[in-house]
Design a protein around this ligand. Structure first.
Ligand SMILES: [Zn+2]
Length: 767
């Protein structure tokens, strides 16, 4: 018999024993069959089929389309009565291949109407105590008279259009179907009472300052077109208050009339700057455009405080033009300080801008604009160059909300101007986050009403990168010699949530309105997931290239979850279906540990187990090729002398080497002395690579990452045989806590003494 025959014979012989045993059980009781529940199964059932609109690569398809909604609006702020009046003309372009029978318009303010159903979907309980202010609001008032009051809806010939309001959605009927490629213009006149956002917890409204002045942060303030797409048809899912928006891109021409002593900034380019700026402001603005390292104040604190003492009865109209934006917002008050600086993005200058009342200082004057500029740089590096000409951070009490080019942010010092670390980092974090939303979802325009994670989760991930950048660029802003203390992003920040009660969890792929623990589920978990992909599973180069590819492919378009998932794989050659499935489609958690470590010694002496199998087959030792036997420490065949033996003592092995290898090949052979079978266990449902750190008797360490595919055929435990020249003294799984492992008590071998055992030991020595 030649050697190959010998080997196949021994392989058959060993395998036969196993098969035989299995057949025995099968006869007793057959397991029922099952569907393919493999955690590495491709995501064909969960994903929609690629088509001409969306390609299998994750890129927009050859017939991808999106609708356009252009607005011309004339807005008037009534500061005395805190009301907003508007007239708007919407020109809607149907780029879809479908004929549209009607249009859907979003009326977000109706969430605050007296007959709103939003308060009725929140189950309530009687608390032992309630704030008097909230008690009055809940049980004693007749409610704020919010909601749009519509004066008319008419076409461009002045004819009234039939419309139906279903809560926050309005269906407008056109004289005839709007065919593919056609445009339709119509006008709406409206007004509404502006809510006090500090009482009403609205995302938009006014704050009343102690001196009687109002600061307005105004958004979701006009009837806005809903999205019509290849995925949802009309996205006319109601606005209950939590899920944000799905909005088409368009061009805006907006004039806003406010008291003449107000300072105002908004989405878009200010096109009548000379009419609304004083000569001094123009001069300072010219300086700001050339200041790349620090902000230049356009309206000073002293000027804002002086203006706050008056109350102009005449008005000024500020005119803005914005191209390719999905929404419009503005902020206005006579109590605003205004500063800005330039920031180079690619070869263009972008203005980083801050608007804040004196209540925000000293924090805001010092940091807001610097943070905006730093954020634009980081996000541009991770995605694409910021395409708009400015980004504004407005300080509004308790707010954190984003619109194109403008956002509202919290972070207010106390009355003496003192602030805690928490307030400071809260302000940095929220500005980075809300300015970051310019990229997701204002430019990479996902459907927020449906998929909260696509803007909040992806944005929170880039926020983490931007926070770390900011900490490095401005060490004076953070505690000395520390990294920026990011609240979300690192894997271990999600462990508490993922190890929690499964009844209070929903997969990330759940509509935001229906998730529990919104912040952890829609912001933190997807952000951590992307961070794990970047740092552990894909590596920065492959991840960053793929992430950039997604951002660029879907810039100024409407991506869907599959477009993201597919692009990340398409651009990296890494099959991530297992990761999307586990992390985004389930509530499983990650937990990997070391279950058992067995030590083996090598000998040429046949052991009892093999001898028994041989005999049952009627085979003799001489029938076998030279074999190397592994004997487990402590087993029946184990002898103390084995510990001093080396590979040189294994006669069968040496004979094989002498017969088959050249002297040169022999010289290259390693000479391991210790043999281990390590069993890794995986109590968690999420597959993860096994990152194992081995410590040797001389104190040195070696890290081995076993790719996640190691779990593909056994989801519970896997073995790995390790041959080592030195004794292994310790094994730690996931030593840097980068996989969100929820239980680290099984991560170390030998097992660390539990506190209970240690206490028992202490009792014993005391006794
Ligand atoms: Zn957000």
């Amino acid at each position: 018999m030649n050697l190959i025959k010998y080997f196949s014979m021994i392989a058959l012989f060993l395998a036969a024993g196993v098969t035989y045993a299995q057949n025995e059980t099968d006869k007793e009781e057959r397991d029922p069959g099952h569907y393919n529940n493999n955690r590495f199964k491709q995501l064909y059932e969960e994903f929609s089929t690629p088509n001409v609109y969306r390609s299998a690569s994750g890129a927009p398809g050859p017939e991808y389309y999106q609708q356009q909604a252009d607005y011309v609006m004339s807005i008037r702020l009534d500061d005395t009565n805190t009301r907003l009046y508007g007239e708007e003309t919407i020109t809607y372009t149907n780029n879809s291949p479908d004929d549209l029978e009607y249009l859907w318009v979003q009326l977000d303010q109706n969430k605050r109407a007296r007959d709103s159903k939003t308060p009725l979907i929140e189950p309530s309980g009687a608390f032992p105590a309630e704030m008097a202010s909230s008690f009055v609001g809940k049980y004693m008032g007749d409610g704020f008279d919010g909601g749009f009051k519509l004066d008319y809806v008419k076409d461009n010939k002045g004819r009234a259009l039939p419309y139906t309001i279903n809560r926050t959605m309005m269906r407008v009927e056109m004289p005839k179907n709007l065919k593919s490629g056609e445009k339709f213009s119509f006008s709406i006149k409206w007004w509404y009472n502006i809510p006090n956002h500090t009482i009403d917890r609205a995302r938009s409204g006014y704050e009343k300052f102690e001196d009687g002045n109002n600061g307005y942060v105004i958004a979701q303030f006009f009837p806005r077109m809903a999205v019509y797409s290849d995925v949802e048809g009309w996205q006319n899912s109601q606005f209950w208050g939590r899920d944000e928006f799905a909005l088409p891109f368009g061009n805006y021409n907006v004039s806003i009339t406010v008291p003449s002593d107000h300072i105002l900034d908004a989405t878009g380019e200010l096109i009548n700057r000379k009419e609304v700026f004083s000569k001094t402001m123009m001069k300072r603005y010219a300086q700001a455009k050339k200041s790349y390292s620090e902000p230049v104040v356009i309206v000073t604190q002293a000027e804002a405080e002086a203006a706050s003492k008056g109350f102009a009865t005449n008005t000024k109209t500020w005119k803005f033009r914005a191209e390719n934006v999905r929404d419009f917002g503005f902020a206005s008050s006579r109590r605003y300080i205004w500063d800005m600086m330039a920031v180079k993005i690619g070869n263009r200058d972008v203005m980083a801008v801050s608007v804040y009342p004196p209540e925000g200082n000293p924090l805001w004057g010092e940091w807001s604009t610097i943070v905006v500029a730093s954020t634009l740089k980081s996000y541009s590096r991770m995605t694409f160059n910021y395409p708009y000409h400015k980004a504004i951070s407005v300080h509004a009490k308790n707010q954190g909300m984003e619109y194109p080019m403008i956002c509202w942010n919290y972070g207010r010092p106390d009355k003496e101007g003192n602030y805690s670390e928490r307030t400071k980092y809260g302000m940095f974090g929220v500005i980075i986050h809300e300015v970051g939303h310019n990229f997701f979802p204002m430019i990479v325009n996902s459907d927020e009403r449906q998929w909260t994670w696509m803007d909040e989760g992806i944005n929170t991930f880039v926020q983490y990168v931007a926070e770390q950048d900011f900490g490095q660029a401005y060490p004076e802003a953070i505690a000395p010699n520390k990294k920026y203390p990011s609240r979300r992003g690192p894997a271990k920040t999600i462990v508490d949530y993922m190890s929690g009660n499964q009844d209070r969890m929903a997969p990330i792929m759940t509509k935001g309105l229906n998730t529990y623990n919104f912040g952890a589920n829609a912001y933190s978990k997807p952000a951590v997931g992307l961070n794990i992909l970047r740092e552990t599973i894909m590596g920065r180069d492959l991840f960053d290239y793929a992430f950039k590819t997604y951002s660029r492919r879907w810039m100024f378009k409407h991506p869907n979850p599959e477009d993201f998932f597919r692009t990340m794989e398409d651009a990296s050659a890494i099959d991530l279906d297992w990761f999307w499935r586990a992390w985004f489609f389930t509530t499983d958690y990650s937990d990997i540990g070391v279950q058992e470590v067995k030590k083996f010694y090598v000998t040429s002496k046949m052991n009892a187990e093999v001898r028994q199998m041989m005999e049952s087959r009627g085979m003799k030792e001489s029938d076998l090729p030279p074999l190397v036997y592994l004997v487990e420490e402590g087993s029946d065949d184990y002898e103390a002398s084995m510990e001093t033996a080396t590979l040189n003592d294994v006669v069968t092995l040496q004979q094989y080497i002498m017969d088959n290898l050249t002297p040169a090949e022999r010289a290259k052979l390693k000479n391991p002395k210790f043999f281990y079978e390590v069993t890794f266990e995986k109590p968690g449902g999420v597959p993860m690579p096994i990152i194992a750190e081995y410590t040797y008797s001389d104190g040195s360490t070696k890290r081995v990452t076993y790719p996640v595919q190691i779990w593909r055929k056994n989801d519970a435990s896997v073995g790995m045989v390790i041959a080592s020249e030195m004794e292994i003294t310790k094994i730690v799984v996931d030593p840097d806590e980068e996989t969100a492992d929820i239980d680290t008590s099984n991560n170390t071998w030998p097992k660390r003494k539990k506190l209970g055992e240690f206490n028992k030991f202490k009792e014993k020595i005391k006794g």
